[in-house]
Design a protein around this ligand. Structure first.
Ligand code: NAD
Length: 389
């Protein structure tokens, strides 16, 4: 049976040039913290002030202004009808696997669309791949495995099938076509240099990023329960913290909350979704257009904070990371940590997560709040979810 391992991006080919670039570009001005200012203003009960100008008045805006009773139920906004109902029941687990890993053998996915994400100056080569699954079920927060073609030599010198790599699913269970028959992956091409300068290419990420429309791939899963949403998530406050392609599972969340007309939830998502995402520079941002459209249509239910480490500086003059955004919104973040309904999700780099915990502990110490105890409580209540590599 082939071992299953999370695909590691290993050392990026551009690690050195990135450090050089950071030194070169770090002096550039910090982009205005529009999202943060807006959210803070709302929290303080202040008027809606946005540097970027007025937002279209969406259903949430009317409700906040006390006008909800004068208007019909909230318009669908961005939401599109789903053609099947995939509600109810537990998240499916490993229905398809290699060896004895699944009930059924791997399923065949077919590439419906593949596009390179980001702009010309993107730090990483990331592809969005829409795959026809034939209706294999999954829930938001799960991963699919990909079986790259070919074989490898294992530690015993034997030729064995290539290892299955896991990729977080970046679409809701209804898929980007709202029919429950596709999934989307968001894959970063892994390339690195060893000490002798020899170039190495990640087997599976390069295989996936080089696929063409119509190609078929062998897939396993769905797997993973660590990043699932609880049953009543359509009403909950949710905070998601991501770096790079760690944004993938959160796209699954926001597609469900803001793009699908989820059966049984005619008024859509009623909670507040706060996404803090870290990228290298504006061209490296992922799903920007989609996120900006949610931000515009759902000002009362959505907040976006983007930290750009190569083009923004934090208060100490270093690169701006998501943990700096958390530090900058200290009181507010601590209040959510202490609330009894908010859900927290972290996905991306391990060092991002450890820095977030350090920041929270420091914030707590400064304010006499025992954040360690709060996090322990959140974990116990299954409200603290971490998937990092
Ligand atoms: P990356 O290496 O390009 O990093 C993305 C951004 O994170 C950087 O541009 C930078 O702005 C920021 N960053 C760098 N160092 C940081 C630090 N110390 N603290 C906070 N932010 C920092 O990202 P990538 O190649 O897209 O991969 C992201 C990570 O997420 C990988 O480790 C990948 O394996 C993991 N990942 C995990 C899952 C999952 O577990 N479900 C899914 C996708 C990606």
């Amino acid at each position: 049976m082939a071992a299953v391992a999370r695909a590691q991006p290993a050392r990026a080919a551009n690690a050195l040039s990135r450090r050089q670039a950071e030194r070169r570009q770090i002096a550039q001005p910090v982009r205005a913290l529009v999202g943060a200012a807006d959210f803070a203003a709302q929290a303080a009960g202040l008027a809606h002030t946005l540097a970027a100008g007025p937002l279209p008045l969406a259903a949430g805006g009317l409700a906040a202004a006390g006008l909800a009773s004068l208007v019909p139920p909230p318009p669908a906004g961005l939401r599109e009808p789903v053609s099947v109902s995939l509600e109810g029941g537990k998240a499916p687990l490993n229905t398809h696997g290699v060896g004895r890993g699944g009930k059924f053998p791997p399923f065949q996915g077919k590439v419906l669309a593949i596009e390179r994400m980001g702009g010309r100056d993107a730090e990483r080569d990331v592809s969005r791949i829409v795959i026809e699954t034939g209706g294999v079920l999954f829930h938001e927060g799960q991963s699919f495995g990909v079986v790259p073609p070919g074989t490898k030599i294992n530690s015993k010198g034997q030729e064995v099938p290539e290892t299955v790599r896991l990729y977080s699913i970046a679409s809701s269970r209804y898929g980007d076509r709202h029919d429950g028959k596709t999934c989307t992956l968001c894959v970063v091409r892994v390339v690195w240099h060893d000490e002798e300068g020899k170039v190495h290419r990640g087997v599976c990420s390069n295989y996936l990023c080089d696929l063409k429309v119509g190609d078929t791939i062998q897939m396993t899963g769905p797997s993973g329960t660590a990043m699932l949403l609880p049953d009543n998530h359509m009403q909950r406050r949710i905070v998601c913290v991501a770096t790079g392609t760690g944004i993938a599972p959160f796209r699954a969340f926001w597609r469900r909350l803001f793009f699908d007309q989820v059966p049984g939830h005619p008024h859509g998502y009623q909670g507040r979704f706060w996404l803090l995402a870290g990228f290298a520079n504006p061209d490296s941002e992922l799903f920007t257009k989609e996120l900006r459209s949610i931000e515009a249509a759902n000002p009362d239910h959505f907040r976006l904070d983007v930290a750009l480490s190569l083009t923004q500086t934090n208060q100490r003059g270093g690169p701006e990371y998501v943990q700096d955004r958390i530090e900058e919104s200290g009181e507010e973040f601590l209040a959510l940590l202490a609330s009894d309904d908010c859900l927290f999700y972290f996905c991306g780099l391990k060092r991002m997560y450890s820095s977030v915990v350090e920041v929270l502990e420091r914030l707590g110490e400064e304010r006499g709040v025992d954040t360690k105890a709060l996090i322990a409580k959140l974990k116990k209540e299954h409200r603290w979810h971490v998937e990092t590599a």
